[in-house]
Design a protein. Sequence first.
Length: 400
Amino acid sequence: MEAVKKALHAFVIALTRLFSSLLPDRVPVTFVGADASRELCQAIAQTGAKKVLVVTDADLVRLGLVARITAALADAGVEASVYDGVEPDPTFDQVGEGYARLVRDGCGAVLAVGGGSPMDAAKVIAAMATNGGDAQKLAGMFRVRKPPLPLYAIPTTAGTGSEVTLAAVVSDSKTHVKSFVVDPKILPAMAALDPSLMTGLPPHITAATGMDALTHAVESYIAKTSTPRTEGWATAAVKMIFENLPKACADGTDLEARKAMALASYYAGLAFTRTSVGYVHAIAHTFGAFYRTPHGRANAIVLPHVLEFSKGPARDRLAALADVVGVGRGGGPEAKAQAFIDAVRELMARIDIPSTLADLREEDVAPIARQALAEATFNYPVPRYMTRPEAEGLIRRILA
């Protein structure tokens, strides 16, 4: 059995490396800075676009952020139609409504404004417009046959890195089963990292989304599929997050810290979309399914526990990350690896992320472990696979 596991592990790593090698080298044309969103709107106009569907959520409309974008589009001579029906974990119903708005208003391009959910919805809507209008037929790997409508992105949180990833997640509103649309064609053509749009984020959202970016970077770095290129992106993200996330949480108006966090999220997105993720995401996904725990917060709570589990085979990688953030100086690899894990916990404490999940119940431990293992085992290129008892023991340590 152990030989079979090793063979399957090697197969997953080889398959992920092959997938990564097929990805295009291009990244979105990216504008960075306090006026980046306006620059993007001007660039959209220069492509000849006349009418754009802005895909967003109602909260961003209420906060006035979307009005700033539509005004910038209007100044550039582009008309905007706003679809603000996206909710966390967008559903096929929601992307269908957005697509209907796009068709009704004759939009020739799509602009995502928001966090990961509007980004996911916008990617799928843009692909639906040129691929028959049925989102469910796009679910899976490389099923977007024709190039989507021109797609642009303005993230308003620094966490998901969705502006540089080639995947979108859509849920069934009845079964709550999530479907993945994965295709290089849904990568946005242009993006704006505008810290001025992030200054109003409350500390708890800043903290959770920042830890989401950290998880992307760390899981990418310790993945068996990491490469020198992804390692460069991941380590840059880790360093920037440790240096700037506490600043952004303490003072939301700190534009330099906000810009650094936006770039860190961007770099982490570039890294993990080429290496995949691991057990942190698998367990966090189940917390979201069971308790609707915000994804970044769930990732943060799980992260140090999975790093402890992975410390053996990932020791040297974690030790290298200790050097990146300046902890464990003078120690050997084992001490440095532990110092990095301890630094993650200290960072969580500084930004008020709890170490346990209050909603977690003992009776849910076994089904959560089962679901997480089904997602990760022989799918993710993790340093080490978990057994069912190991997964259940790890999850029990998160009980409040």
